[in-house]
Design a protein around this ligand. Structure first.
Ligand SMILES: NC(=O)c1ccc[n+]([C@@H]2O[C@H](COP(=O)([O-])OP(=O)(O)OC[C@H]3O[C@@H](n4cnc5c(N)ncnc54)[C@H](OP(=O)(O)O)[C@@H]3O)[C@@H](O)[C@H]2O)c1
Length: 293
């Protein structure tokens, strides 16, 4: 992909592994200044070193953030603002899919951890960086959902179960949070019309996760992951879509889309297009994040 991304500043969360790391490398190769936003300073520093060892004069930087902590997200935004004057692309790649959670666990902010990490944190970070994105327009926001949502065709936002108080499993909470990402993106795109800031969501397909990321899994689940891996694409291949949405001039003005790994727009579930749910989710997210946007 022959994009020239010099003078473009991009943030990608969850940049120390998988698709986020692959995308960081590709964006750095194209000349972008990449802020790798990682939960662990140690894993983040290792990932920055790995990128730098493969890209001459890479403009990459680590800023630590825990997407499950609103204080950490606020500190991240402050650190970013103090070091950078522009923001061209914000990629919300980080996500929690923690199989160890057998019951809802609340964050320090009192929000169920998976919903907090995969949705409320994304909502708050977007809010804190929005002025910078607008000032840098044309600019782009990219969120990340999952092709696995296809297996939940009737799932809807459960306003009486946002913290898993009625029913909980990692899988259910994860797909619920990813549906929230899809709806958030559609409504954000609508709200940002005329600002030069676009919002698009990637429907990530089955992507290989290496064994070192799966050490916590019981053997039966590990076997399922191994089986899935034989049918998966590489993180690098999926990262191509992030790069396409972050960089391709053809999509500079395209907003509110849901994109597969072939860079094609696809439909999401029927429920995901319900405007009333978008609005209600937005209001609830404002409350949970303690803000108004
Ligand atoms: N792999 C798939 O088949 C698949 C399918 C559908 C959707 N997706 C989506 O694709 C995206 C990337 O996933 P991946 O496959 O590349 O998996 P991955 O390698 O496990 O990457 C997830 C990243 O998110 C980070 N993260 C988790 N919780 C965080 C927190 N509280 N604060 C900050 N960072 C946090 C992880 O950091 P740590 O190292 O600290 O854990 C890691 O860097 C995710 O949004 C995922 O939901 C993946």
């Amino acid at each position: 992909m022959p994009y020239n991304l010099e003078n473009k500043t991009m943030i990608i969360t969850g940049a120390n592994s998988g698709i986020g790391k692959a995308a960081s490398l590709q964006l750095a190769k194209l000349g972008a200044t990449v802020i790798m936003a990682c939960r662990s300073s140690e894993r983040g520093a290792q990932a920055v070193d790995d990128v730098c060892s493969q890209v001459k004069n890479a403009q990459v930087e680590l800023i630590q953030v825990d997407m499950a902590s609103q204080a950490s997200i606020r500190q991240f935004a402050e650190a970013f603002h103090s070091r950078h004057t522009r923001l061209d692309v914000l990629i919300h790649n980080a996500a929690n899919f923690d199989h160890k959670l057998k019951k809802p666990s609340l964050t320090v902010d009192g929000v169920e951890t998976i919903f907090a990490t995969n949705h409320v944190g994304v909502f708050l970070m977007t809010h804190l960086l929005l002025d910078r994105l607008k000032a840098s327009a044309p600019s782009r926001i990219i969120t990340v959902a999952s092709k696995g949502l296809i297996t939940y065709p009737f799932l809807d936002i459960e306003f009486d179960n946002l913290n898993g108080e009625r029913k909980f499993s990692t899988q259910h909470a994860y797909y619920h949070s990813k549906l929230a990402q899809v709806m958030f993106t559609y409504y954000l795109a609508e709200k940002l019309k005329g600002t030069g800031v676009t919002a698009n969501c990637v429907r990530v397909t089955n992507v290989a996760i290496p064994d070192e990321r799966l050490t916590h899994l019981p053997m039966w689940l590990l076997k399922i992951y191994h089986l899935k891996r034989s049918m998966s694409i590489t993180p690098e291949r999926q990262a191509d879509t992030y790069v396409y949405l972050a960089a391709d001039p053809a999509v500079q003005k395209v907003t509110g889309g849901y994109w597969d790994e072939n860079n094609q727009q696809v439909r999401s579930s029927g429920n995901s297009y319900n405007r009333e749910t978008w609005e209600k989710l937005w209001r609830e997210s404002e409350k949970l994040a303690g803000i108004a946007i």
